[in-house]
Design a binder for this molecule. Structure first.
Ligand SMILES: [Zn+2]
Ligand SMILES: [Zn+2]
Ligand SMILES: [Zn+2]
Length: 421
């Protein structure tokens, strides 16, 4: 008889990945869920409270022949790498107070009551004996990484990697590599997110007037600069990636009077001097800029008193790479099959993401942005989380149904410079 993958125990399969002598048992509990489990990896009845408890939250006391669960006593955490984990709980016996490891570690340690014969499984399971324990290859820790992968393995996902350092990467040259893809994407001006979710809000909040002197920070291939220039505003666009060449090339053809400069945000004050712009806009770029603090400081510097600074970013709480979504069943195009999970909101490590080419993003919490704005006299005026309108949902159901009407992927912030606030 051949057993399908889905009938096998989730835990047995995970352990088998690291120790090839692990016997994979048939699942008899939670069959049909993401994590079907065998009897060994199911639940054990706490001898104190009588509640059936997940095996990783209950310990066996050999002296008292009793199970104790984490809800009845105060457990402690022991940091140790074993199987696919990097810690386990030690749970004091509710009778004698002796600390015993929870059953996940007990199994690895060879002290599980089924292994030592102090309990008999009520269902047919092959119990692993950890004789080759020392040969198990160490896993990649911290354990959250395994948690991410487990979640992400349930559905397709954009490739990503949190980086410990930027030593092997140059964020700008990565942008250069992706330039042709990005320019094509932005040029046909049909890119869904910019066209419908981001730019209408950026333009509403920027409220550009004819003859406004506007600085477009990290202008890329010039989409925003062109839109604003057509409206009669006087635009200066700065960028340091190769995308700027496309912007310049297009300006030579269209002649909208846009000035483009290859300039780093840290040089803004040197180049333009204080209070030289009525407004500053930065569209979908601050999350790609490592030193956002200097960037915001420089922006505040070149902005006139009472001038508006408007920026858009991927939403720090709900968008990639803090959050991800996956579909169960995998590949389903129905939006009700889409689940969103927060991976780690506070993880500020640079992240290598793949948008048809690799890019580095610098995720940071909303509070980091807001506090930095406050430090630079940029007072919050309005915040937009770009919710899909009813008309948009009707027109683009696959893009928006149960998606942009449920979660925002973008955050757009309007601030005003007030030095004496
Ligand atoms: Zn199992
Ligand atoms: Zn209990
Ligand atoms: Zn005991």
């Amino acid at each position: 008889m051949s057993k399908s993958e889905s009938e096998m125990c989730f835990y047995c399969k995970e352990y088998y990945k690291v120790t090839q002598d692990y016997p994979v048992n048939t699942a008899t509990h939670d069959v049909g869920s993401f994590t079907p489990r065998c009897f060994l990896h199911w639940q054990y009845e706490c001898s104190k409270c009588g509640i059936m408890t997940h095996f990783n939250g209950v310990a066996w006391c050999s002296a008292c022949k009793e199970f104790t669960c984490v809800n009845c006593v105060e457990e402690r955490m022991v940091r140790k790498e074993f199987l696919v984990y990097d810690y386990y709980y030690e749970i004091p016996c509710h009778i004698c107070g002796e600390y015993n490891p929870a059953l996940d570690y007990a199994e690895y340690n060879g002290t599980h009551p089924f292994q030592i014969g102090e309990q008999t499984p009520k269902e047919d399971v092959i119990v692993w004996m950890p004789i080759y324990r020392d040969e198990i290859q160490p896993q990649e820790f911290p354990h959250q990484a395994w948690g991410f992968e487990r979640i992400l393995s349930l559905g397709g996902h954009v490739e990503f990697k949190r980086l410990e350092s930027l030593d092997d990467f140059d964020p700008i040259s990565l942008w250069d590599d992706i330039t042709p893809i990005w320019v094509r994407k932005m040029r046909d001006e049909r890119e869904f997110h910019h066209k419908h979710m981001i730019l209408p809000e950026v333009y509403r909040l920027l409220d550009a007037q004819k003859d406004d002197k506007i600085l477009d920070v990290a202008c890329g291939e010039g989409r925003v600069a062109r839109d604003l220039a057509k409206n009669g505003s006087k635009i200066t666009g700065i960028d340091i990636s190769e995308m700027l060449e496309y912007a310049v090339e297009r300006e030579e053809k269209e002649k909208l009077g846009i000035k483009y400069l290859n300039l780093n945000t840290s040089e803004l004050s040197n180049k333009f001097g204080e209070a030289s712009f009525d407004k500053v806009v930065c569209n979908m770029a601050l999350m790609d800029i490592e030193d956002y603090q200097t960037t915001l400081k420089q922006i505040a510097n070149v902005l006139k008193e009472d001038g508006l600074f408007v920026f858009s970013i991927t939403h720090p709480a709900f968008a990639w790479p803090t959050c991800t979504s996956f579909r169960v069943p995998k590949g389903s195009k129905r939006n009700e099959d889409k689940l969103r999970v927060v991976l780690n909101y506070f993880d500020e490590r640079p992240t290598l993401v793949n948008y048809g080419g690799s890019l580095i993003q610098f995720p940071r919490p909303i509070s980091s942005y807001l506090n930095e704005l406050a430090r630079n006299n940029l007072v919050l005026k309005e915040m937009s989380e770009s919710k899909a309108s009813e008309e948009l949902v009707k027109k683009f159901p696959r893009h928006t149904y149960m998606d942009y009407e449920t979660y925002p992927d973008f955050l757009i912030i309007q601030t005003v410079k007030k030095s004496n606030f």
